[in-house]
Design a protein around this ligand. Structure first.
Ligand SMILES: [Fe+2]
Ligand SMILES: [Fe+2]
Length: 231
């Protein structure tokens, strides 16, 4: 039996409370429209390309919080590790979906172009408005939960083949040997729900509001480094 993915509340939506929240929601809706138009129902391709973007904010947030804590000589309350874990988790999503779906040459070009633009945009945004940056990620993750729910529906309807889970996914989420793509999408969606709530929680914290409920994260196995060779 595959490991049961933690339950996901699909109905979570943070109501924008001010101009910065509305800006974050507006950017998210615009990018969603762009992704819907470009990828339509090609969920595997959508996952590969968007996970290359999703893995950026955590590392930017971790870097800038790290530098801030060094400058101010203060504790980070666990934010840096949380954000680094998010970045790694999103990269593992990418390493998983790249085994399921190979991007086209044009998509690979898009990934390179998008990384330049998005990294610089998000770095600048986090520097001047970290609350807006976390709210933006919270909204991105709300959309990720919706997209992976659509992907599940495609698999259940037989329109996307429910292929065996890639080996890296079996190791990272400790899934049983007979796990399939459907099991993988379930744990990935639970990861996204966790990031959604963590980032809305960080934005709330920066606004001086209560953090709110945080969806549980599926267990992740720490992968051992393979760059170390025996002497
Ligand atoms: Fe992801
Ligand atoms: Fe995510």
């Amino acid at each position: 039996m595959p490991t049961a993915a933690p339950p996901v509340d699909l109905g979570v939506h943070y109501q924008p409370a001010g101009l910065s929240d509305r800006f974050a929601l507006g950017v998210t809706r615009f990018l969603r429209l762009f992704a819907d138009t470009f990828f339509a129902k090609r969920y595997g391709h959508r996952a590969v390309v968007l996970e290359t973007v999703a893995a950026v904010p955590g590392m930017v947030g971790a870097t800038l919080n790290h530098l801030k804590c060094l400058r101010r000589m203060q504790d980070d309350r666990g934010w840096i590790r949380t954000l680094m874990d998010e970045a790694e988790n999103e990269r593992m999503h990418l390493m998983t979906f790249i085994e399921v779906c190979k991007p086209t040459a044009f998509e690979r070009f898009m990934v390179i172009a998008a990384q330049w633009v998005f990294y610089l945009f998000f770095f600048g945004l986090y520097l001047i408005a970290p609350k807006t940056a976390h709210r933006l990620v919270g909204y991105f993750e709300e959309e990720a939960v919706i997209s992976y729910t659509h992907y599940l529906a495609e698999i259940d309807a037989g329109r996307s083949a429910n292929v065996p889970a890639p080996a890296i996914a079996l190791r990272y989420w400790d899934l049983p040997a007979d796990a399939t793509l459907r099991d993988v999408v379930l744990v990935v969606r639970a990861d996204e729900a966790h990031h959604r709530d963590v980032n809305h929680g960080f934005a709330n914290d920066l606004a001086g509001q209560p953090q709110g409920q945080i969806a549980p994260c599926p267990p992740h196995v720490e992968l051992q480094p393979t760059w170390k060779t025996a002497a």
